[in-house]
Ligand binder design. Sequence first.
Ligand SMILES: Cc1cc2nc3c(=O)[nH]c(=O)nc-3n(C[C@H](O)[C@H](O)[C@H](O)COP(=O)(O)OP(=O)(O)OC[C@H]3O[C@@H](n4cnc5c(N)ncnc54)[C@H](O)[C@@H]3O)c2cc1C
Length: 414
Amino acid sequence: MAAGNIVIVGGGLAGATAAKTLRAQGHAGPVILLAAERHHPYLRPPLSKEYLLGKADEGALPVVPVDWYAENGVELRLGAVVTGIDPGARTVTIGDVRRLDYASLLLATGARPRQLPLPGADLEGVGTFRTVDDSRLLRAGLAGGGRNVVMIGSGWIGMELAAAASAYGNSVTLLGLEEVPLAAAVGPELGGFFRALHESHGVRFRLPASAAGIRGRSGRVTGVETDSGEILPADLVIIAVGVVPEVSLAEAAGIELRNGILTDASLRTSAPGICAAGDVANALHPFTGEHHRSEHWSNALNGGKVAAKAMLGLDAALDRVPYFYTDQFDVSMEYSGFPTLAGEPPTIRGSLGGKEFLAFWQRDGRVVAGMSVNWPAAGKPQKFIKELITAKAAVDPHALADPELPLDQLLPAA
Ligand SMILES: Cc1cc2nc3c(=O)[nH]c(=O)nc-3n(C[C@H](O)[C@H](O)[C@H](O)COP(=O)(O)OP(=O)(O)OC[C@H]3O[C@@H](n4cnc5c(N)ncnc54)[C@H](O)[C@@H]3O)c2cc1C
């Protein structure tokens, strides 16, 4: 790699991990991390879980200790919004005027919450959820309990926020477009499992339903009107209807886009010297030969590492089996695999009613994805699920379902 600045745009998990990896790889040249937010790069998963629930404080959030940047000679500029890239001149523009040269550039601009153009969406008490500031505000709103909370969106974030709001003793109603929450991600049977979990804690569902408008009085929200005309009373409304990748810089610079910034397996974009990682990158996965854009923690972590190595001219590919997790009430779930490959309904080992089970998705007999719910960590379910996937061997569904058969015995003999 030519000497010069390595510039990282975006101070999230992908950007901060890339900076850390550059130094871990022994790169001694200038590294500049440009972060629009005014907080040191932090982890987002706790924002809808431990931090929101008051079980973790802000000290648990930073990706690396806040002193790490200065101690390692990484120039972290907080509140620095990059407004343009010139791939020909190899410069970025910060704010209105300041230009910065780069030898290599990483776009780790993440994603932003999808907005709903609803009447009343600007009322006080209505918001989206992405940042530590959003989480702090919501925590203050939920903490006393006794409020009516309406969650618009039945995906992972909506479900986690509903669980937290309910745990604080608020009355929670969740509406979403699906017949079953999370069905798009895990199918109707397991989506039904999560619905039943929430209902057992008093969360009410309106499915399928959409919000037609948000009602208010004196500038503050009072309710949500559904498409069937029902008015749901609301003191707080969270719109959690997914995210859109933050591609505006790349788009203006003429970098190739397709559901995010298109990259090869080493996270290189169509523009020489520019990589992309994290939620914004739609990367070629060597296992499937297809592009995948993931909005999960492990993808940002591993993508940051791979992009840093690619910028140093080292061999690296984002070839891990995708992984994510969620915590809702007393359920901890982990998932590894390729949901887009999962054709058939899953095979279950264990008990949905007992809230301790594994689910395996297969395609043509091969395991392509697997989920563990409250499964004892000593059994290393995720390790074996990943090994089953990479082994690409056909597995008998009866064997997958048999609780007596140890997971390691499902693997083909070496
Ligand atoms: C509430 C919440 C809970 C989650 N829970 C889980 C979970 O349980 N499990 C899981 O696997 N995943 C979870 N995720 C997803 C995971 O946190 C994300 O995949 C991860 O944060 C993506 O990291 P990133 O660095 O790609 O992007 P981001 O974290 O979005 O960071 C991108 C940063 O770039 C900045 N930026 C954008 N444009 C510019 C610009 N022009 N100039 C400068 N800076 C810019 C943004 O302000 C942002 O700070 C959760 C996400 C959220 C929001």
